[in-house]
Design a protein around this ligand. Sequence first.
Ligand code: K7E
Ligand code: CUA
Length: 662
Amino acid sequence: MRASGRMLVAAFVVGSLIVGLVAGRLSGGLGGGGSLATIADARGMTVAEAEGALKAFTPPGKYDEYTMVSSGGQSGNLYLIGVPSMRLLKTIPVFTPESWSGYGQGADWSETILAEGSSDKQARELKWGDTHHPGLSETNGEYDGRFVYINDRANGRIGMVDLRDFKTKQIVDLPNMQTSHGGVFVTPNTDYVHISSMSPVPQTPDGYAPLDQYKESYRGISSWLSIDQGTGRIDVARSFQIELPPYTQDLADAGKLASDGFAFIGSYNTEMAIGGVSEGGEPIEKGASARDFDYLHIIDWKKAAEVAAAGKTELRNGIRVITLQTAIDEGLLYLAPEPRSPHGADVSPDGNYIVVGGKLDPNVTIYDIELIKKAIADKDFDGNDEFGVPVLKFASVMAGQVEVGLGPLHTQFDGKGNGFVSLFLDSAVSKFSLGPKAGVKAGEEFKLLDNVKVNYNIGHLATTEGDTVAADGRYLVALNKWSIDRFPVIGTLKPQNFQLVDLQGDQMRVLADMPVGFGEPHYVQIIKTSRLTSAIDVYAPGTDPLTMAASAVATEAGKERVERDGDTVHVYMTAMRSHFTPDILRVKRGDHVVMHVTNIEQTADATHGFAIPAYNLQASLDPGEVVTLEFEADKAGSFAFYCTEFCSALHLEMQGWLLVEP
Ligand code: K7E
Ligand code: CUA
């Protein structure tokens, strides 16, 4: 009763604020500052801007209704951001070492992940990534808050972050593909996470083929990675790949509901331009824009899984591959023409429509899954492409086109029959209606409804829960590439600019800017915070984060010890406020030191750091966590070690000595 009473009061206060705003003044409740109009005036804002601030504001101590999982571009990380407040909550390192969390700074479990994420397919050990497209796990097409997958566009890699502790638990460096771009999505029950190649590569044993053998040797790859439902890990042995023609496969989405079992991958450079400007050839961007149509790839992935299970695959570098010819013969791959140089390929929440934006075409093109299925069944083909893949007739599968503006890229949805498309060239977002199968009235379908300017050159956009069957149409975030005049001059590399757009009124409205100074995020997904139910506050005592199980080398209070075995010294250390036990370590130069450190606290947020700076080691020990650090004590000296996290009033005293005797 008390709680609902409070909510009523809160609703009344918000109502009063809005009424006050509309009236241009506020009757009381704001303390000494006067009416909101006065405050707005004093700060040089319009009342409308103040109203926008109020809509985006999340009061101190309150949680945001949504959590945005943002890729981090060239930083190689993921970020968590609260929506609508646009407050940065967390950095999750994935492909790049990071010091605060100690990720890739000597702690065994994170070193293992990074090392496994760099296979001998690469010329060098990889130390960075270019994250583009996060994919949150789903159950029945809704986000379930268990895992998130993120690709490395620079390499054919994918990382998995466990949403129990929000740490990266796996990086897989996929064979047979060098790059990966837009093809990241999970299937509606997270049976698979999909990732496809960007640049086709030679499918030859040594990975080399001259460019004049492009059509014969180079292939695109669509990877279907099987997920362990308990841990979220990718099981490569149960996964499979499908060979695709050597086009540049791009953005992709999984079918859902009406289109469950299908996947859609846009592509460009179906011209197969290879460049060679200094060898008498033409620039790739010219060659790749020659044709009026490129191809939307349509994959029947449930059939593909059956084909793989029936053994109609070849093993290539440790993964089962369905060859292009098998994919054609088994009827699991089709193409549909899509207007020039498309970028986005997005499935509506009801699953009926697939929306494609053509960068060089002012329309979005909307396909209907029922028409696609019928065209496949009727063999309503416009011949084959030059690799023998059947091409569906454009007129037979296209449900409508909407002229939305210049440079349409990506589309998101509100679950109310509308799509929102980003316009890179126009620096705007256009809202348009879908068709009757999304609940749009006859006569109202496929129309441009609204347009809002954004600043500037928007790439992706995301609506709240917009990739799921439960898209709710509350907010949209525009991910803008340029920010020229939006922020003070702070050097020559400018921030990216996220903009929060309100979708709740009749017209879209920009509420807030969020400068992003950590890299170029390409895509985000926005999940209701209440769905993050797997999240834990504290590890169970003695947990190994890699396995989330009890660690064999956990140390309890009173059981700390140093054990020597020849030249190897095992240290079983505990950390708690405000000391390490033991706090003096004596070893001899040339010893191999293995330090098992356990944070024996069970209080949430009682994190300790453990750093031996001279040996370039740093770990973060969250309460209950066990970390192993291993090093050769090859430099003699007296080295101070310390806790790097301000954990208590006596944090500065939380230090000790590593004595390496000459
Ligand atoms: Cu999804 Cu930027 Cu990688 Cu479009 S991409 S913008
Ligand atoms: Cu522990 Cu500071």
